[in-house]
Design a protein around this ligand. Sequence first.
Ligand code: MN3
Length: 197
Amino acid sequence: MAISLPDLPYKKDELAPYISANTLEFHYGKHHKTYVDNLNKLIAGTDLADKPLEEIIKITTKDAAKAGIFNNAAQVWNHSFYWQGLKKKGGGKPSEAIAAKINSTWGSYDKFAEELKNAGVTQFGSGWAWLVLEGSQLKITKTANADTPLAHGQKALLTIDVWEHAYYLDYQNKRPDYLAAVIQNLINWDFVNANLE
Ligand code: MN3
């Protein structure tokens, strides 16, 4: 049972102009696929070969000798999760349960949006900005490289990839503009609400 590359939940041109088809050709078609291929090569013939992706991540998290497997497995998971958190005509203010929880945690959607963007802007180098649940508490966090909330006992609700490959073709060095565009136009709040349940 090899780990497979999941289908994108939309066509490659549907997130434009905020994320172009060109970016998705490379980001999904090359980067994400390469993490899947590398992971399958690394686990082939080992006792991890038949394990689900989440279990591979948890088993290899604290094992320095398995850092290569952890990095590729976590990047496979993080990317699959990132794609699901985006949609055409998404973004803006949330609804339902997550809206109430955001308001009670940050006081307003605007404050939340500012802090989420700030997490992505201030992640030094490659990584991810996250909305997570820690216990019953909402938190905005950032992780470096492949690191993931799964490795920290947190439940991921939403992520934004801030590796340069996520935005450089469309925004060059302007990471803040990419983050603002994703938050305003692409967040799939239905996905976030489903994760909250
Ligand atoms: Mn990426």
